[in-house]
Design a protein around this ligand. Structure first.
Ligand SMILES: [Zn+2]
Length: 450
């Protein structure tokens, strides 16, 4: 029997282990079941023949489960699987058809919080390694598992963990915690993620709300904030803060080619959201380029004054706006914050208070890195076809891995695009779990060979 046949034959085992994992709640936002789940993950690793230990920074911080297997045939190359054992809160409970931590199987689907994100993904990596060990008594390259417990609350300590255990974690390539599979069952191989800067701007003008007749004398903080944010971005989406794009380099020829090849049905997309046109009337290649490599300045929320039913003639005393900036490679969040602050001052908005919530740089693996083809070949063999994506439009803590470990990082996995992750009735598809497990076997093989 070869490794892939072992995967076929042992799917029931994979499914029942996944169900066990789902049935152990591990909600990081509520610190519910985190310690218990880390121990359960250790148990499952052990069952598959993988030695592990619990790593800690200090009490109160979710531990990392670290697993490792040395390869006899190729001890010089190391592949890391990065995953997380925590899940999003399951609320609202009443929208679930079955209890959120049931792990119930219905045909091709296994339901439960974490079924896909990220317990389903994690189990495919564990079972792929198990298949290699059971059939060959070895792994094609050294394997390291870094399984964290705070991903769903923003991976607050992953950078500290990576720095503290830099040597232990050192790897030549990293397989990211998830990867999307599109509606046509094509896995999307992601080579990067955008960064994020989340800020709050606020203005407090008076010590109390006032009768709006006084608007002739009392300045309105909502107008003040509107005037402020209008200086940040023009209507085409371009950010007007001085030097915002200073370090950004243009897309390589190869990246442009990959973007061109990537399927994107803009009509379906517009229909899905009920919109007539895109920002700046972007079409075709420009729309695709924006998704992969566009920076944004987005108003996430704006609160001031009266927003209840009917009319209320009031002059609010304060106003608050939340803004997220998606960052692209080479944009340093710290530098961008300084630029934003000096922009506000130089435009005469020094009175506007600024609070920084979150800053994270973008990460991107060079599309010409050999690791990319090794993963692509594995995905093509296992899924029949695959799509290369230069960068996801979203954000994850990938930069810390690329920057600290100096290793290429690629996202590939079993996450069906419409598997309701973070929502009620989250599910994993059995067919995709199987294909992904085989894909992981082939990735290890390709990686070890080259
Ligand atoms: Zn998630």
């Amino acid at each position: 029997m070869n490794v892939l046949k072992y995967v076929d034959k042992n799917m029931n085992n994979l499914i029942s282990d996944l169900q066990i994992l789902i049935r152990q709640p591990s909600v990081s936002a509520k610190n519910e079941g985190i310690e218990e789940c880390s121990k359960l993950v250790q148990k499952l690793l052990k069952k598959s023949g993988i030695k592990s230990e619990i790593l800690r920074l200090k009490k109160g911080i979710a531990p990392i489960v670290y697993g490792e297997i040395k390869s006899k045939q190729n001890p010089k190359k190391t592949l890391m699987f990065y995953n997380h054992y925590d899940v999003q809160p399951a609320e609202p409970f009443d929208l679930w058809d079955d209890p959120p931590f049931s792990g119930i199987r219905k045909g091709n689907k296994i339901f439960g919080r974490g079924a896909t994100d990220d317990k389903g993904e994690l189990i495919t990596r564990i079972k792929a390694v198990e298949a290699c060990l059971k059939i060959t008594g070895d792994v094609p390259c050294n394997i390291k598992f870094v399984i964290e417990g705070e991903e769903e609350t923003g991976s607050a300590h992953i950078e500290k963990y990576l720095k503290k255990y830099k040597k232990k974690f050192s790897s030549d390539g990293v397989i990211w915690e998830f990867g999307y599979v599109d509606a046509k069952n094509r896995p999307i191989i992601g080579l990067g993620m955008k960064g994020l800067l989340f800020v709050e701007l606020s203005v407090k003008e008076s010590n109390q709300d006032a009768h709006s007749s006084l608007a002739v004398l009392i300045k309105n903080p909502a107008w003040r904030l509107i005037d402020t944010v209008k200086t940040l971005r023009d209507s085409s989406g371009k950010i007007l803060i001085k030097d915002w794009y200073k370090e950004v380099t243009s897309l390589s020829k190869q990246d442009l080619e990959l973007i061109k090849q990537e399927p994107f049905d803009e009509n379906v997309f517009r229909k899905e959201f009920g919109i007539k046109s895109f920002v700046d009337n972007k079409k075709g290649m420009d729309a695709k380029k924006a998704l992969v490599a566009g920076a944004t300045c987005n108003i996430a929320g704006f609160v001031s004054g009266y927003i209840g039913n009917g009319a209320k003639t009031v002059l609010p005393s304060d106003a608050l706006i939340k803004i997220d900036f998606r960052l692209i490679p080479k944009m340093d969040p710290k530098k961008q914050v300084a630029r934003l602050k000096s922009h506000l001052k130089s435009k005469g908005f020094g009175d506007v208070k600024i609070k920084i919530f979150h800053g994270e740089a973008a990460a991107r693996t060079d599309s010409s890195d050999p690791f990319v083809n090794q993963v692509k070949d594995a995905a093509d063999k296992s899924f029949g076809t695959s799509i290369l994506n230069v960068s996801n439009a979203g954000t994850g803590p990938m930069y810390s891995f690329v920057d600290i470990l100096k290793a290429p990082c690629i996202s590939i996995g079993s996450t069906y695009m419409f598997s309701r992750i973070h929502s009620p009735n989250e599910f994993a598809r059995v067919d995709l779990l199987k294909k992904t497990t085989k894909c992981m076997c082939l990735i290890m093989e390709n990686f070890g060979k080259n």
